[in-house]
Design a protein around this ligand. Structure first.
Ligand SMILES: NC(=O)c1ccc[n+]([C@@H]2O[C@H](COP(=O)([O-])OP(=O)(O)OC[C@H]3O[C@@H](n4cnc5c(N)ncnc54)[C@H](O)[C@@H]3O)[C@@H](O)[C@H]2O)c1
Ligand SMILES: [Zn+2]
Ligand SMILES: [Zn+2]
Length: 362
């Protein structure tokens, strides 16, 4: 099969032939139909985080089951599925306490070290990123990486739920648990930030202030449900949030970029007893500093991982909201491309041109 191979930081991905094994007991072979391009992959391509090469990146996909291992009863060939990076073992302490997105025993869903790899080239292992590797024509996954979905949902829309939408909407509904009538600010209007805006709208926020440094994000943010847009390259966003909230600040601020400066701005935008939720992935050595006087009394700062999902429950719920017109996935697909458009998709993402690029397969 063809896949986009990561050979190391600051190099373009290259399209190459890769061998993919047959599914074993709890594994499933999926024909990839669509893969969204999330900024988390770009962090590895840009060298922000180290990752061993060769590897196949990508972690936001939908597809069709081709073959299942002999112990799989949940799925059968022909089923439509969404993959999620929150692969769960189902029996560790985190899983047993309902925090499947924090599963602490991912090993149980991987092949043992030294065993035949799922992905290889000339007999040598190719790393499977996030236990998924979606920038490939096929994926060989543990069944606990997949949720079955109804066949009516277009698979390019479905793909986005695998990471961006689940991360953003979940950060609002599962992690921050905003109250109806809340005021919200969202820093960053990419695939994740726009999903946070949508989550805030679905959760009943009365004011949603979207912030981005690119003016072209204003329209996307408004369509997602933002009541106000602040262009941070023209105006100090903290002052703007105060102005737009009559000096009070917001009940909830979300950081969806991955920069210490923006985390600080989110914290400084809070109202008394407000909560800042950091969703962006910062460089490992990033330090968030802010003057004591900038912190409002009793405010809280927390992070959110993969929207605190229970994805086999959350994703069908998001698809219901999509069918009812309450979650807009159509606007999130700004561009579609083919597997060999992957490097262009990263460029468009950096230039702020897209909500998401979705790569389509035959
Ligand atoms: N917590 C999680 O589980 C999780 C999951 C997925 C993604 N993420 C992270 O979320 C972040 C966003 O991902 P994405 O796919 O939406 O990225 P993206 O590139 O699509 O969006 C980022 C947005 O931030 C804007 N931006 C960049 N610098 C800015 C600045 N200085 N001021 C204001 N706006 C600025 C860009 O214009 C863009 O609209 C990334 O750090 C990604 O790794 C976290
Ligand atoms: Zn992602
Ligand atoms: Zn577990």
């Amino acid at each position: 099969m063809k896949a986009a191979i990561f050979h190391g930081p600051n190099q373009p991905l290259t399209i190459e032939q890769v061998d993919i094994d047959d599914p074993r007991d709890h594994e499933v072979l999926v024909r990839t139909a669509a893969s969204g391009v999330c900024h988390s992959d770009l962090h590895f391509v840009d060298g922000l985080y180290p990752y061993p090469a060769p590897a196949i990146l990508g972690h936001e996909a939908a597809g069709v089951v081709e073959k299942v291992g002999k112990a799989v009863t949940y799925l059968e060939p022909g089923d439509h599925v969404i993959s999620c990076p929150s692969v769960f073992c189902g029996f560790c302490e985190e899983c047993m306490t309902g925090n499947l997105h924090r599963c602490s025993n991912r090993r149980a869903t991987q092949r043992p070290k030294g065993d035949k790899p799922r992905l290889s080239q000339g007999g040598k292992m190719v790393r499977q990123f996030s236990d998924l590797s979606t920038y490939a024509e096929k994926m060989l996954l543990h069944e606990h990486a997949l949720v079955k979905i109804t066949k009516e949902i277009p698979l390019d829309r479905a793909a986005l739920i695998g990471c961006g939408v689940t991360t953003g909407v979940g950060a609002v509904l599962n992690t921050a648990k905003i109250e109806p009538g809340s005021t919200v600010a969202v820093f960053g209007c990419g695939g994740v930030g726009l999903s946070i805006v949508q989550g805030a709208r679905i959760g009943g926020a009365r004011q949603i202030i979207a912030v981005d440094m690119f003016a072209q994000k204003a329209e996307m943010a408004k369509r997602a449900g933002a009541t106000d847009f602040v262009n941070s390259s023209e105006e100090d966003p903290v002052k703007a949030v105060r102005r737009l909230t009559g000096g009070l600040g917001v009940d909830h601020a979300f950081e969806a970029v991955g920069l210490a400066k923006l985390c600080r701005q989110a914290i400084e935008s809070l109202a008394i007893r407000g909560t800042a939720t950091i969703v962006g992935v910062l460089p490992p050595d990033a330090t968030i500093e802010f003057p004591w006087m900038a912190i409002r009394p009793e405010c809280k700062v927390q992070t959110s991982r993969m929207g605190g999902n229970r994805f086999r429950y959350d994703i069908p719920m998001y698809l219901d909201l999509y069918r009812q017109g309450r979650l807009d996935l159509d606007q999130m697909v700004t561009k579609t491309g083919r597997l060999d458009d992957i490097n262009e998709a990263f460029r468009a993402m950096k230039a702020g041109e897209v909500a998401r690029t979705v790569l389509m397969f035959d």
